[in-house]
Ligand binder design. Structure first.
Ligand code: FPP
Length: 254
């Protein structure tokens, strides 16, 4: 399967076989740089978010074709409520628009939609479209497209601790039984493998309260490219860099 055309500089064409095996099972992305992309063009920040949705569409498609098992994207953090109300509204509308325009294609491509974060705090329209997307794709067995919405890693861990404490009080759980795997069952990412690769565009090199527990042994890849300019070739670069890494998980080289 061919993913993109030669750029005319004798760059070899990449195929699924070139990149497989060792495709990351789970890729997590912080879609950063929309605002700066817009500012550079004298456009409102919201135009950057619109352009960011285009990148998202192409990256979802490529990940699904490459047989990535899980793609998690940071669409809205627990801290993003601090942004001007107009920007928050545009982001929520974009989410609803994105789902209504892409749901059919996602479903046809066997993609399953999941979310992480407290979606109950999102505007009703956004909640409805998420519920619809999850229901329509629940039987799908292909890539899990996991959207982080009103998500914060610290809140996620805190929520898990509270629920565990309550279950211990209710004698559903013994304190000595609380192991790593038990805690993981209380996280939004229950049942998902940890990310193998974290991608953050836009030159920032921090994790911004994203997947704090899950990123323990993830490989990080940063690029100065702003998210709206992040295209398929950037994703391939990130995957190729990942494939050259030696992962030891705290152990020694075998
Ligand atoms: C960070 O860029 C980006 C966000 C806070 C939102 C990401 C959202 C999208 C790409 C589109 C909407 C999502 C969906 C699922 C439809 P920034 O605004 O912080 O950029 P800056 O650092 O350059 O200001």
């Amino acid at each position: 399967m061919l993913f993109w055309k030669s750029n005319g500089n004798n760059t070899p064409l990449k195929t699924a076989q070139d990149l497989n095996p060792n495709i990351p099972r789970h890729i997590a992305i912080i879609m950063d740089g929309n605002g700066r992309w817009a500012k550079k063009r004298g456009l409102p920040r919201t135009a950057g978010h619109r352009a960011g949705v285009k990148s998202l569409k192409s990256i979802v498609k490529l990940c699904s074709k490459l047989k990535v098992e899980v793609l998690t994207v940071y669409a809205f953090s627990t801290e993003n409520w601090k942004r001007p109300q107009e920007e928050v509204e545009v982001l929520m509308n974009l989410l609803t628009e994105y789902i209504s325009s892409e749901l059919e294609a996602l479903s046809e491509n066997n993609v399953r939609v999941r979310t992480i974060g407290e979606i109950e705090r999102l505007p009703l329209e956004a909640q409805k479209s998420i519920i619809k997307a999850k229901a329509k794709t629940t039987e799908n067995t292909g890539m899990i497209f996991n959207i982080a919405l009103n998500y914060g890693g610290r809140n996620e861990i805190l929520k898990a601790v509270q629920e565990i404490a309550q279950d211990a009080i209710d004698q559903k759980l013994k304190v000595e039984e609380i192991e790593k795997e038990v805690l993981e069952n209380y996280l939004y990412t229950k049942g998902l493998p940890d990310p193998d690769l974290l991608i953050r565009p836009s030159g920032e090199q921090r994790i911004s309260n994203y997947l704090l527990w899950q990123l323990a042994y993830t490989e990080f890849w940063f690029t100065d490219t702003l998210w709206p300019d992040f295209d398929e070739s950037e994703l391939i670069k990130a995957i190729e860099a990942y494939q050259k890494r030696e992962r030891r998980f705290g152990g020694l080289k075998i």
